[in-house]
Design a protein around this ligand. Structure first.
Ligand code: PMP
Length: 283
């Protein structure tokens, strides 16, 4: 397996990050994750735009142009023979003696790896997944894709221990988002409900694409907060993320959603998203 670290492609066993990396010591970094399908990058520009924004917000210099990032993504996919899966990349503020303030003259650490994965033919997409709800214990700048993921580690571990596959985080009674996904419900009238963008959630790239596609498909949208109780009572629920596309949610906190099977609107949205993602013009 070949990874990318600070300008070089090398076997993963040889890729070492120094002890004093600020990503390791402080979680001082940001990341991105993007799907690759049929050998091409899905929504690459939007992911790179979000990376640029995350870096700007935490004041880490962006080491590469968009064209350079794209070339690295394509190169790592090619070197790993990846046609379907996930590309992860992160940028930390670099290596320096431990001190909170920004170090001077320190180059960012850039790391990238791939994970081969069947996204389209995923069993979870057929059966749907179970979700639990947990309190949202994260900081207040969740719009930044920071590598500080301790709250999500704890939330998703709690989900696993409860026999579920994702945790929906809840603040003031309202669902914010999933541990690593955007959360949606479908009303009995067939309208999609999703929380509006703010500092309280990550601006999901899959969320954004799917909303554009759903509008083209004539499905109505309510961009507003929704409570856990409304979710229990929804006709359908689903989640989106780059590494899963659209996944049906068939239970929340042990309560069946709708008839307990993936709903028709969710299935349709998954289909139209896959059709878009498969189209080579997205490369
Ligand atoms: N919210 C959170 C907290 C996430 O970690 C992710 C996945 N990175 C998402 C939403 C979904 O974002 P995207 O569709 O860009 O993968």
């Amino acid at each position: 397996r070949i990874v990318f670290l600070n300008g070089s492609f090398l076997p993963i066993e040889e890729a070492k990050v120094p002890f004093m990396d600020r990503g390791f010591l402080f979680g001082d970094g940001v990341y991105e994750g993007i799907a690759i399908l049929d050998g091409h990058l899905v929504d690459n520009d939007a992911h790179l735009e979000r990376l640029e924004r995350s870096l700007r917000e935490v004041r880490i210099p962006n080491p590469y142009t968009r064209a350079e990032w794209t070339r690295l993504e394509e190169e790592i996919a090619r070197r790993n023979g990846m046609t379907e899966g996930f590309i992860y990349f992160q940028v930390t503020r670099g290596v320096a003696e431990r001190d909170f303030m920004f170090p001077e003259n320190t180059a960012p650490t850039v790391a990238m790896f791939t994970q081969a994965k069947a996204i389209v033919n995923a069993p979870a997409a057929e059966k749907g997944i179970a979700v639990i709800t947990v309190p949202d214990q994260r900081w207040s700048r969740r719009d930044i894709k920071s590598i500080n993921l301790l709250a999500q580690v704890l939330a998703k571990q709690a989900a696993k221990e409860a026999g579920a596959q994702e945790a929906w985080m809840v603040q003031d009674g309202f669902v914010t988002e999933g541990g690593s996904s955007s959360g949606f419900i479908v009303t009995k009238e067939g309208r999609i409900v999703v929380r509006p963008l703010s500092n309280a959630i990550l601006p999901g790239i899959t969320r954004k694409s799917l909303l554009a596609l759903s509008q083209d498909a004539g499905i109505e949208l309510e961009e507003r907060l929704f409570t856990v109780e409304e979710a229990y009572d929804a006709a359908e629920a689903f989640m989106t993320s780059a590494s899963t596309f659209v996944l049906p949610i068939v239970s929340i906190d042990g309560r069946s959603i709708g008839d307990g099977k993936p709903g028709p609107i969710t299935k349709k949205l998954r289909e139209i998203y896959i059709r878009m993602a498969s189209s080579p013009r997205m490369a």
